[in-house]
Design a protein around this ligand. Structure first.
Ligand code: SAM
Ligand code: SF4
Length: 334
């Protein structure tokens, strides 16, 4: 029934929807994708109108925060049309926040439009400040474009948070510098443990850096004060006393935060994943297309929420030398 909260079998209220609007991307980050990714045929994609319709059903069912992600959300054709349509729910007050996670490559072009539509803050993924390393980790990306995007977003008045995946031997030594830089520009920084999702060329055991180690290293240079700050996501925050900025830790591997999970994830083909770390999913495209009304799809959503699992079972070690889930992060969008 529209307006009824979605509550899962473990009593968690689902109020946050993340929507992967495309599985495609203009980067090929080594921890996220393989070099020769096979993408979904375009005919399988939901149209922007269908995505809007599905998101609207979720909002009617109690979603208060919606994040567009991907793949790279800003490479989906006409993405600003969807953003502007969804922004009507901000104006009506049904939605508290409309936001996105982006690699920043197209931000210089879209920052102004995003701000005009009512987007207030966005996450930009950035793993290094070194142009050569940036090109190496993203395979196809150029740091200057992302920097121009960050400049444009700040100029447009968007609040930015940077996300960096912690990668052993790649950016661990650089994190103090990144922290000073981000905080110097008024941006929070969140570090993320790499998760075993999808086949990639690299060995994840080599990349994986538990954030407890990273934190201990940072504490040699900085005073980190635990704070109760929350953004509705799984990050735990500290204040860095020396910079006055916030640093978040997302630790799916070393600390299980599933007990407070408030989210589900929709893909660009209308598949709903109730957990990032599990294979189980519900198809919402068929009920969406089966009738013009939304009753069928609302019932399919209820049925799916009714089997949201308790948590994920991610493992990275030498014995478990395969991904915990077979799909890449770019499918469900992190
Ligand atoms: N393309 C956009 C971006 O890079 O921000 C949005 C999608 S991307 C899949 C979302 C986030 O997931 C990024 O911050 C990325 O670094 C992170 N990510 C990708 N693969 C990951 C993995 N295997 N483990 C942890 N984080 C990952
Ligand atoms: Fe693309 Fe984001 Fe994955 Fe990098 S992390 S390949 S930018 S989807």
């Amino acid at each position: 029934m529209p307006g009824m909260d979605m509550i899962d079998p473990f009593g968690r209220t689902i109020s946050y929807l993340r929507v992967s609007v495309t599985d495609r991307c203009d980067f090929r980050c080594v921890y996220c994708m393989s070099e020769d990714m096979a993408f979904l045929p375009k005919k399988d994609l939901l149209s922007l109108e269908e995505l809007d319709r599905l998101c609207t059903v979720f909002i009617e069912k109690g979603v208060r925060k919606l994040r567009l992600t991907g793949g790279e959300p800003l490479v989906r054709k006409n993405i600003m049309h969807l953003v502007r349509e969804l922004a009507r729910h901000l104006k009506s007050g049904a939605l508290e926040e409309l936001t996105l996670t982006t690699n920043g490559s197209q931000l210089a072009r879209y920052a102004g439009e995003l701000a005009d539509a009512g987007v207030k803050r966005i996450n930009v993924s950035l793993d290094t400040l070194d142009a050569d390393k940036f090109h190496a980790i993203t395979r196809w990306g150029h740091l200057d474009k992302v920097m121009a995007g960050i400049d444009a977003a700040q100029a447009a008045g968007l609040k930015l948070k940077l996300n960096a995946v912690a990668l052993k031997g790649f950016n661990d030594a650089e994190l103090p510098e990144m922290l000073r830089w981000a905080h110097g520009r008024g941006m929070d920084l969140t570090v993320i443990e790499t998760m075993p999702m999808g086949e990639i060329e690299a060995d994840r055991t080599d990349q994986y850096l538990p954030l407890s180690i990273l934190r201990a290293n940072l504490e040699k240079q900085f005073t980190l004060k635990d704070i109760p700050y929350k953004t509705g996501g799984p990050a735990r925050y500290v204040e860095v006393v020396e910079t006055g900025g916030r640093l978040g830790f997302i630790t799916p591997m070393t600390h299980n935060f599933c007990e407070s999970c408030n989210r589900v994830r929709l893909t660009c083909t209308g598949t709903l994943y109730m957990c990032l770390g599990q294979e189980d999913a519900a198809d919402l495209r068929a009920p969406l297309r089966a009738s013009e009304g939304n009753d069928l799809v609302a019932a399919a959503i209820d049925e799916a929420i009714g089997r949201k699992p308790k948590g994920h079972d991610f493992v990275i070690d030498r014995r478990t030398n395969r991904p915990s889930v077979s799909r890449h992060m770019s499918v469900t969008g992190g």
